[in-house]
Design a protein around this ligand. Structure first.
Ligand code: NDP
Length: 332
């Protein structure tokens, strides 16, 4: 039947991604709206309440969050917290009977990812991981080119995602909060290589480096890593909180495909060896993603980016850390 209802979404953690991307994008969606907020900062609650017309009853903090179970306005809890808090709040949201949207990286380790997946399955709620890229039309088109061997067989993937982070005192520098380049940006080359190739890596060899070792003494500033796939395909990947790069290049047996930047919110740009051009196709990747995820809930269909997608990436992240630490190639 026709969809008549918009899903109410509660954003958990009102940091930069919630404030500057997700809240504005929610206003552009067709199938959901900002119904509530969960924040540890009362002054933000006030500002958001005014700006988005959120009723008192739909404002929570981290202590009273579990009462969200009794709130029929909230259908979806979107976890946009520091990485170390994803598992705790995703599991709590599932037990509150709410659908869970969890930002990347899904969690800090495989066990946490499995706990989230299990909690969502037990409570019969849907779980979506916030990989915009898997929704993004250019990326999907490139995946189709690869699937259909348009440029011959895929031989090498080169993928890098990083930016210069000059902040100090931020949780991204804190190991216990899930800081470092690999969790933040490294999951993009991993997810990209897996998504584009449709294959799972069997081993990883990783190298850790830093231009600012004093600042990055707890967490990785830069990681270079090679993913090995079963059929001979290799992915050369890099990620950094000190280097500005954002691209992938696919070398195929009869041509190539590139996208640079490949992961920005807007301004995606790319081409193929035979002149196909890639430019932005959607106004807001976040709105596009949230509408897909809302539709999957409303129509009770499988979601586009399920928990297993987050888990498989974290498996690679864990193996890469181990590889860099020991100086050996690690099986995944
Ligand atoms: P920010 O640091 O800007 O915001 C995090 C928010 O979490 C804070 O503002 C705060 O909100 C809340 N919080 C609760 N406890 C803590 C704590 N101990 N320390 C710091 N903050 C705390 O992070 P981002 O918005 O950049 O990132 C949030 C998540 O979103 C990350 O997992 C990140 O990987 C992901 N992300 C995804 C992107 C994508 O394109 N898919 C892009 C950017 C980020 P409050 O004051 O309301 O409690």
């Amino acid at each position: 039947g026709r969809i008549q209802r918009k899903l109410g979404v509660a954003l958990v953690g009102l940091g930069s991604y919630s404030t500057y991307q997700l809240a504005p994008a929610l206003e552009m969606t067709k199938h959901c709206y900002l119904a509530g907020i969960v924040t540890g900062t009362p002054s933000k609650a006030q500002v958001w309440q005014k700006k988005y017309g959120i009723p008192d009853a739909n404002i929570y903090n981290y202590e009273n969050f579990k009462n969200i179970a009794d709130n029929p306005d909230i259908d979806v809890v979107y976890v946009v917290l520091p990485n170390s808090m994803h598992a705790e709040f995703s599991v709590k949201a599932a037990y509150a009977g709410k659908h869970v949207w969890c930002e990347k990286p899904m969690a800090l380790n495989v066990q946490e990812c499995e706990e989230i997946i299990e909690a969502c399955a037990l409570n019969r709620v849907k779980l979506c991981i916030g990989y915009r890229m898997q929704h993004e039309p250019n990326t999907r088109q490139i995946r189709e080119f690869v699937r259909n061997d348009n440029y011959g067989s895929l031989q090498v993937i080169d993928a890098s995602a990083g930016y210069f982070d000059g902040r100090s005192g931020h949780w991204r520098l804190d190991k216990s909060m899930g800081g470092g380049a690999m969790y933040d940006m490294g999951v993009y080359p991993i997810n990209n290589a897996r998504f584009i190739s449709g294959q799972e890596p069997v081993s990883v060899m990783a190298y850790k480096s830093a231009f600012r070792p004093n600042k990055f003494h707890e967490v990785d500033e830069t990681m270079n890593f090679i993913l090995e796939f079963p059929n001979g395909l290799m992915a050369n990947c890099a990620t950094s909180l000190g280097i500005n790069y954002n691209r992938f290049f696919l070398t195929c047996s009869r041509g190539h495909i590139r996208l640079e930047p490949f992961q920005f919110y807007r301004g995606l740009k790319g081409s193929t060896s035979d002149g196909v051009q890639f430019r932005d196709q959607v106004q807001s990747q976040q709105a596009f993603q949230m509408d897909h995820d809302a539709m999957a809930i409303l129509e009770n269909r499988p979601v586009m980016v399920p928990g297993e997608e987050g888990l498989k990436d974290i498996k690679v992240v864990e193996a890469a850390f181990q590889s860099a630490e020991k100086g050996i190639r690690v099986k995944i």
